[in-house]
Design a protein around this ligand. Structure first.
Ligand code: C2O
Ligand code: CU
Length: 615
């Protein structure tokens, strides 16, 4: 049984039966990571170790990786984990305490491709995976429903973890998430944000997904809210002069180079626009309409958020692009770690929103029941879609119905499962328990779940692509690396593309990098017409504003540019990428003049229009 060359684990003479088992595995082993691991996986994906042994990891690649167990203990810690920089060696903490058994592991930055298993041999006890205890109730942020509102931006202590000190966060209105704004479509809404942070930071608030003026868009370097000052954002909630479609938007900070930090510290809130359509359809409403903001953070021993790395252009070193990635080890729902919610025997409309800076989740329910997806973040789908799991990257949303009607007494866990069949290098998702639904109250349910919902808006799809936006990586490890769109890193004074107000255009988004990006277009809601040359999947046939682009993917989208002229952004919503240059600007202009607002340079050379001509 013994592996030749394996060091003897213990005193072989004393307990022969035990020793036979102990000796069949080495007391030290190493996970090896070779170049291009994000595409090829671990060089040694299957590792065996004797109980009590030491696991190390050696990284020969040029990017950061980790060896992290899929399984957790009862308080949510990964059973073992180590992050290892390029060229580095690390010891994987937690392995020597494990009970015999098989433990799947993954890289937290490349979870789809980099997966392996650790087998601990031997006998006796040790640390084992445990279900989360779900110790605190889910909270719903308070709602604001008036035409005018004032939200102070302030630093406060927030209950995030179930025990111990409060966590100091930057908040909209003193809570994390900020208040949920709920407004009827077509009703002008003015939100005054007041910067009361004890900091020199100027801020910028973006209402993600909405259609409004450039001045109200939350620009990275313009129209800022200086310390002590206020700014009123005007959201008319109309499109083309008519009330806009219902939506599940969210608002968040958008400050140049500080978006990751400001969102990490808590500047995030939800915003629902209602148009009466879902009430007519009979979808679950009131207390049965449950928006959930899912976002991860890491904490120190004192319950305080760990600092994020600095961002900016031209970075060198192990955190430079493509290694820039802010991940957390605790998944929060509406600002609470691992919450539970007592629910009724009723259908629930659950609105899932991922506001993590970097991580993608593949949402699923623990008992295998499906989600019935009825919408995106931008309104209802034409038809309801049954889904076993829903992959959502940063800023993506899904509007789903979950049926608890016949489940009295049951506990159902909302979880993330590892993404299956992802292409090499693509974003993966962690294996994690997120929150628990406890079905505890018997009620009757008069809601409905129709299969036909709301047709997509009629748009005349142009025959040609007008603009091509290519996500890329620029620079070199020695001179500095940065993310690019069409070869250029972000410059807030540059506009690379003009579109006439009133025009309907088709744009192509392309990813030429070796990792996934989640690309967001400001200002309009878009119809996805082609994904890699094919019609998009049924859940991508509503309106969208943020698309997953796996390595090599191309997506074609169509929108009409209505109501407003001005400068707007396109960027990756992995906030690290956005802060490290993966952003560009287009301008909606008056067809007569084509004029840009003051302070911008127009540099179309090699840009979206030029690339589209080559198609
Ligand atoms: Cu949700 Cu430009 O952002
Ligand atoms: Cu990205």
């Amino acid at each position: 049984m013994a592996v030749p060359g394996a060091p003897a684990a213990t005193n072989l003479g004393a307990e022969p039966a035990q020793a036979m088992v102990m000796a069949d595995a080495p007391s030290a082993a190493t996970v090896r990571i070779d170049p291009s691991a994000s595409l090829r996986g671990y060089a040694t994906p299957a590792v065996t170790l004797a109980k009590g042994g030491t696991l190390s990891v050696v990284n020969f690649d040029s990017t950061r990786h980790s060896v992290t167990s899929d399984d957790h203990d009862a308080s949510g810690n990964a059973l073992f984990s180590a992050i290892v920089d390029p060229g580095g060696t690390a010891t994987v903490d937690g392995v020597s305490l494990l009970a015999p058994g098989t433990y799947p592991f993954h890289c937290i930055f490349h979870a789809a491709t980099m997966r392996g298993t650790l087998t601990i041999s031997g006998s006796g006890g040790g640390v084992q995976p445990a279900p989360l205890s779900f110790d605190q109730p889910l909270t719903r942020p308070r709602t604001l429903r008036t035409a005018k509102m004032r939200i102070p931006i302030q630093q406060v202590g927030v209950r995030v973890l179930p025990t111990g000190p409060l966590t100091t966060m930057w908040t909209y209105g003193g809570t994390y998430p900020g208040p949920t704004i709920v407004r009827p479509a077509g009703k002008d809404t003015k939100v005054t944000f007041v910067n009361r942070l004890p900091s020199k930071a100027s801020l910028s608030v973006h209402l993600h997904g909405d259609h409004h003026t450039a001045a109200a868009d939350g620009q990275p370097t313009r129209y800022l809210i200086a310390p002590g000052k206020a700014r009123t954002y005007d959201y008319p909630l109309v499109d083309g002069g008519r009330p806009e479609r219902a939506a599940f938007f969210w608002y968040h900070d958008h400050r140049m180079n500080a978006t990751t930090r400001n969102n990490w510290l808590g500047l995030q809130g939800m915003f629902l626009v209602n148009d009466g359509k879902s009430a007519k359809l009979g979808l679950p409403s009131g207390g049965y309409d449950l928006p959930l903001m899912v976002s991860e953070r890491s904490f120190d021993a004192n319950n305080q958020l760990v600092p994020v790395m600095p961002h900016g252009m031209m970075m060198t070193g192990p955190m430079a692009p493509p290694n820039d990635s802010t991940v957390g080890d605790r998944i929060l729902v509406n600002g609470r770690y691992a919450p539970y919610l007592d629910v009724d025997t009723h259908r629930y409309r659950i609105r899932l929103l991922n506001t993590s800076p970097f991580t993608t989740y593949d949402f699923a329910l623990s008992d295998g029941r499906p989600f019935v997806q009825v919408g995106t973040g931008n309104g209802l789908l034409p038809k309801a879609v049954v889904r076993q799991d829903i992959l959502l990257g940063p800023a993506q949303r899904a509007d789903v119905v979950v049926d608890f009607r016949n489940e009295l007494g049951k506990d159902v866990v909302l979880q993330s499962i590892p993404r299956m069949n992802a292409p090499a290098g693509a974003a993966g998702s962690p294996s994690a328990q997120i929150m628990q639904f406890r079905v505890r109250h018997q009620v009757s349910d008069t809601s409905r779940l129709p299969v036909t919902l709301q047709p997509a808006p009629k748009l005349s799809v142009p025959s040609k692509v007008s603009a091509v936006w290519t996500m890329g990586l620029g620079g070199s490890p020695s001179t500095g690396r940065f993310w690019t769109i069409n070869g250029k890193t972000f410059n807030p004074n540059r506009v690379v593309y003009k579109v006439n107000k009133g025009a309907t255009q088709m744009w192509e988004l392309r990813n030429t990098t070796k990792m996934t990006h989640f690309v967001h277009l400001h200002e309009e809601r878009w119809l996805t017409v082609l994904r890699d040359g094919k019609p998009p999947p049924p859940w991508e046939r509503g309106l969208e504003d943020t698309w997953r682009l796996d390595p090599g993917e191309r997506v074609r989208v169509v929108a009409k540019f209505t109501d407003y002229t001005g400068v707007f952004m396109i960027h990756c919503h992995m906030l690290d990428h956005e802060d490290d240059g993966l952003m560009a600007q287009f301008a909606v202009v008056n067809p007569g003049t084509g004029k840009l607002p003051k302070g911008y340079r127009y540099e179309p050379k090699g840009g979206p229009a030029a690339l589209a001509k080559r198609l």
